[in-house]
Design a protein around this ligand. Structure first.
Ligand code: MG
Length: 384
């Protein structure tokens, strides 16, 4: 081969801050693989996630609103892309490893079942006596075991750092199988960036979507100080703004305000706490990446509003109740008669835990597929 790739590992040394994670410092992969001629370890992680089946399924998975509600609101996939894009902007500004940040962001919601948090709580109920269910630990199960695209290993064989970010995000962090991976101390900054970008993205886009489908009006959100302040900024800058551009402009202002505030306060914490190395990040008393106290307070008020007026809106609760009911019915039915499972899952159920297999099958489904499956099983004379 005559192609001579640039030395990306040395470029990392030139570009990255001293407290950033470097490819050279990675703990590597569970199953050994020779390095790629021109993609770094974390670039390959990112590419593997994008090419995975679980990633493509995010397209038809609920963020807040069930996927068929309309064609404009966020799905789990578009939410993930927004998180990745915001995370990369922040990582680049802070001198962090952008490839690793992107890989963590693109993988952060892979373990979500259909119907969002309603689907998750239904699977938790079904799995109470069988090891439980939690989307982050399920995400790890997908990338470590359930994806089956590679000849030499199960799962995607991602780097230790991406797996650790998923484990540290899990509510079951102290569970036996996650304990080693999650480790002690604070997550690396690349993982902290994704956590913050995730919450920044959903707080903002959930308002946008809720207005878009008519659950709330812009006037109603005005009672939230954070929103109203962004509105004031927009009106001042664009006094003649038209109604079509108004909401997207306020949303943009909110994102940009939060990112700038986060950068300022994160940089300040890094300076004040004299963070010089990765070890300093791990041993810090708390998280270093995040907004300042004033913005955190405004954000909490916005979240309280969203909870009350959007997540608990009767139209959203109806979707959630229906989603939970569908998951419970399917789980009970497959558990009672596993011969109805597709061949691959039936074989696995025979060799292991039936409940875990049914849970894996259901958690992998999209909103669309799970509803079709429900009709196939319970609607009289439907297709089989
Ligand atoms: Mg998310």
């Amino acid at each position: 081969m005559t192609y001579e790739p640039p030395d990306l590992l040395s470029r990392e040394e030139e570009l990255l801050a001293p407290y950033a994670m470097r490819t050279r410092l990675s703990r590597g992969r569970r199953h050994f693989e020779a390095p790629h001629p021109y993609r770094t370890l974390y670039q390959r992680d990112r590419d593997r996630i994008v090419h995975s089946t679980a990633f493509r399924r995010l397209m038809y998975k609920t963020q807040v609103l069930v996927a068929q509600t309309n064609d404009h609101h966020r799905t789990r996939l578009t939410h993930t892309l927004e998180v990745a894009q915001i995370s990369r902007t922040i990582a680049r500004q802070l001198g962090l490893n952008e490839d690793l940040t992107e890989a963590i962001a693109l993988g952060h919601d892979l373990g979500h079942p259909p119907f969002g948090h309603a689907g998750e709580s239904a699977l938790q109920e079904c799995m109470t006596d069988h090891g439980g269910f939690e989307h982050n630990s399920h995400g790890l199960r997908i990338v470590d075991f359930l994806e089956y695209r590679y000849a030499d290993f199960p799962g995607l064989n991602l780097s230790w750092e991406v797996l650790q970010a998923m484990a540290q995000h899990s509510k079951l962090r102290s569970a036996v199988d996650l304990k080693d991976l999650a480790g002690a101390g604070q997550p690396i900054l690349e993982a902290q960036v994704v956590d913050s970008a995730d919450s920044l993205a959903y707080d903002t886009h959930d308002v946008d979507d809720a207005i878009g489908v008519g659950l709330i009006t812009p006037e109603e959100v005005s009672q939230v100080e954070f929103w109203q302040r962004a509105v004031d900024q927009v009106r001042q800058k664009h006094p003649k703004i038209g109604p079509l551009q108004f909401v997207p402009t306020v949303i943009r202002a909110l994102i940009s305000w939060q990112v700038t505030d986060l950068l300022e306060h994160t940089q300040e914490r890094i300076r004040q706490q004299r963070i010089q190395t990765l070890e300093d990040v791990r041993l810090a008393a708390g998280r270093l990446v995040g907004p300042g106290p004033q913005l955190l307070k405004w954000k909490a008020e916005l979240e309280a509003f969203l909870h009350q007026r959007v997540y608990c809106h009767h139209r959203v609760l109806r979707m959630a109740a229906k989603g939970r009911r569908i998951i419970h019915h399917l789980f009970d039915e497959f558990r009672k008669s596993p011969e109805q499972l597709p061949e691959r899952y039936r074989q696995r159920a025979e060799g292991g835990s039936l409940e875990q297999t049914v849970c894996d099958y259901l958690a992998g489904m999209t909103d669309r597929f799970v509803q079709d499956e429900y009709l196939r099983l319970f609607q009289p004379f439907s297709s089989v």
